[in-house]
Design a protein around this ligand. Sequence first.
Ligand SMILES: [Cu+2]
Length: 160
Amino acid sequence: MKKFISLAVILAAQFVLLQPVLSVQAESAHKLHVSGAYIRTMPPGRTTTAGFLTIANHGTADCKVISASSPLSNRIEFHEHLHSDGMMRMRPVDSGIVLPAGEAVIFKPGGLHIMLFNIEQALVGGDTTQLQFNTDHCGSVEFSAEVRSLKAAPMAKKHH
Ligand SMILES: [Cu+2]
């Protein structure tokens, strides 16, 4: 009788093991990769700052960043700089930021950048903060951004 039960258990175990494994490979949520993200410290009395980063779309479809969120700010916009009449102007990009498949988009000083408004706390150089980009159909990507001092880095000591 004991033997019979053991055999039954083994058969049952085999049955379970032989069940075809459903390989439901969830579509990768890591199509978007952010690197080099930082925001600037603010001069005293200011509540607005800018952020910069590189975002690569490793997916096979274009997508569009439609919004950004941060614990520091309740209002984040995407801006670009335009030269017009010899003046540098910032213009909000309301249509979202297109991320072409297989390409990287760079947010950099003097070009495309993130603007964070209504910041109520001091930003300290060397700290990090979380940011999130939300896209139309590539999901969301969360990343950390370094807080970088507005002041230029001290000159490296010259070697003679
Ligand atoms: Cu701006």
